[in-house]
Design a binder for this molecule. Structure first.
Ligand code: HAM
Length: 413
């Protein structure tokens, strides 16, 4: 679990801002939910036989003896809330969320016990257009962030009915090849055979090369759905690869699943995962309601943005005011208010009165401009503007200051 320090947070805020703008552009509204839910909610939705529920949840009894868990993900809680507040009845809903999630995993780079997601969920639309909408939201976000080189992998898991048949075929195949299975896969063979497909064990990876492909077991409707998803992605120019081994680690998915991966982050290479989950609402007590969504792992995306140098200069302040007397301080304070009203960020020097030490502080603050109000300036009703990037300085009259500062800030990066 990590502290998030001011220096790190500039990149986070940049990402949060960009995502909230894109989500809003697609008609999604923010929803905020508790981080604690009944354990049973996660067991029922994510699935009893998943790693998350079997061994990763922070679960405890509260003072009433209720069994609760810190949320390991947000989809289950969103469905619970939508049902509880009657938001799904004959309604199309599009929501987004962000916040901390908790999984007791083995900590390593890109895998933490408290991590953060930003994601969306949409309800009431069974069409392939929705799958493509949520995928294109992510691709629009990458564009807004300037991120290139990330890969989209997609797959289909078919309908729950067709999956029964597929599951049987897989079990048969793995039974016939038991010798190549490691202990983990042997266990999964009993509980969750689909997960053997994304095993990281060498022998199992080899075995998986000839494993039955879900595509052969799809019902017609699921096949058409998947074909339409691919067609629309192609029309939108969103490149993808079909990964028949992509099964996702949560049980609620049906039909389309997807992940965005990068080769810049080592083994924890998925920055976003999602898909369709048409049966979950009904399973949690609502009327059958189709749904789809995704969640972005923010630690991983921030790391990637940092590696790609896409977060630089985000921390910059606009202005630092240097003032060397009581009279200058008074003018400086009111100029600062005026500039902030105009949307400029201004740090007003507090404390040390020495000119040099104030300029040093201005430099360290990350400001782009220092505004100096010394004795000369006071007498001539002027302010000296020092460009902290290159040390150049010039003097302007107080009346022209706001226009000058604004146009400098607008016209330079
Ligand atoms: P997920 O694949 O479990 O899906 O998580 C989504 C993303 O969260 C992952 O791709 C990864 O970037 C990040 N993530 C997961 N675990 C960790 C961790 N321990 N440390 C750091 N980052 C992590 C879900 O959670 C689904 N609820 C997504 C979804 C929404 N599907 C439909 N709607």
């Amino acid at each position: 679990m990590n502290d998030q320090l001011p220096d790190d947070l500039t990149c986070w805020q940049y990402l949060e801002h960009a995502a909230s703008v894109v989500f809003k552009q697609f008609g999604y509204h923010e929803i905020r939910l508790p981080v604690v839910e009944k354990t049973e909610l996660f067991a029922r939705s994510i699935g009893q036989a998943t790693d998350i529920v079997e061994k990763e949840m922070y679960t405890f009894l509260d003072r009433n003896g209720d069994q609760l868990s810190l949320r390991p993900e947000a989809t289950a809680g969103v469905v619970r809330a939508m049902l509880q507040h009657g938001l799904l009845h004959n309604a199309i809903q599009r929501v987004w969320y962000t916040g901390p999630m908790f999984r007791h995993e083995r900590p390593q780079k890109g895998r933490y016990r408290q991590f953060h997601q930003i994601g969306v969920e949409a309800y009431g639309m069974a069409e392939a257009e929705l799958d493509v909408e949520v995928i294109s939201m992510t691709s629009q976000l990458w564009r807004k962030l300037g991120l290139t080189g990330v890969k989209l992998e997609i797959n289909t898991l078919g309908s729950p009915e067709s999956r029964v048949e597929y599951r049987e075929a897989l079990v048969e195949y793995y039974q016939a090849n038991r010798d190549s299975l490691d202990a983990d896969s042997l266990r999964r063979l009993e509980t969750n055979p689909l997960r053997i497909l994304d095993s990281k064990d060498k022998a199992v990876i080899e075995l998986n090369k000839s494993a039955p492909d879900v595509i052969e077991y799809l019902d017609d409707a699921s096949r058409e759905h998947f074909e339409r998803v691919q067609l629309l992605l192609e029309k939108l120019g969103i490149s993808y690869i079909r990964n028949p081994k992509l099964v996702r680690g949560l049980d609620y998915y049906s039909r389309t699943v997807f992940e965005w991966t990068t080769d810049k982050l080592g083994t924890q290479n998925a920055i976003c995962g999602g898909g369709r989950y048409d049966s979950l609402v009904e399973k949690l007590g609502g009327k059958s309601t189709p749904a789809a969504g995704f969640a972005i792992g923010m630690e991983r995306l921030v790391e990637l943005l940092t590696i790609e140098k896409l977060c630089q200069n985000r921390k910059r302040q606009d202005v630092y005011i240097v003032q060397t007397s009581e009279a200058a301080l008074e003018i400086g304070l009111s100029l600062a208010m005026e500039m902030r009203d105009a949307g400029i960020s201004v740090i007003s020097n507090i404390g040390s009165t020495g000119f040099k030490s104030q300029l040093k502080k201005a430099d360290r603050s990350g400001a782009r401009l220092a505004l100096i109000i010394g004795e000369n300036e006071l007498q001539t009703n002027t302010v000296t503007i020092k460009l902290l990037d290159n040390g150049k300085q010039y003097t302007v009259s107080i009346e022209n200051l706001l226009t000058d500062v604004s146009s400098y800030l607008e016209n330079t990066e």
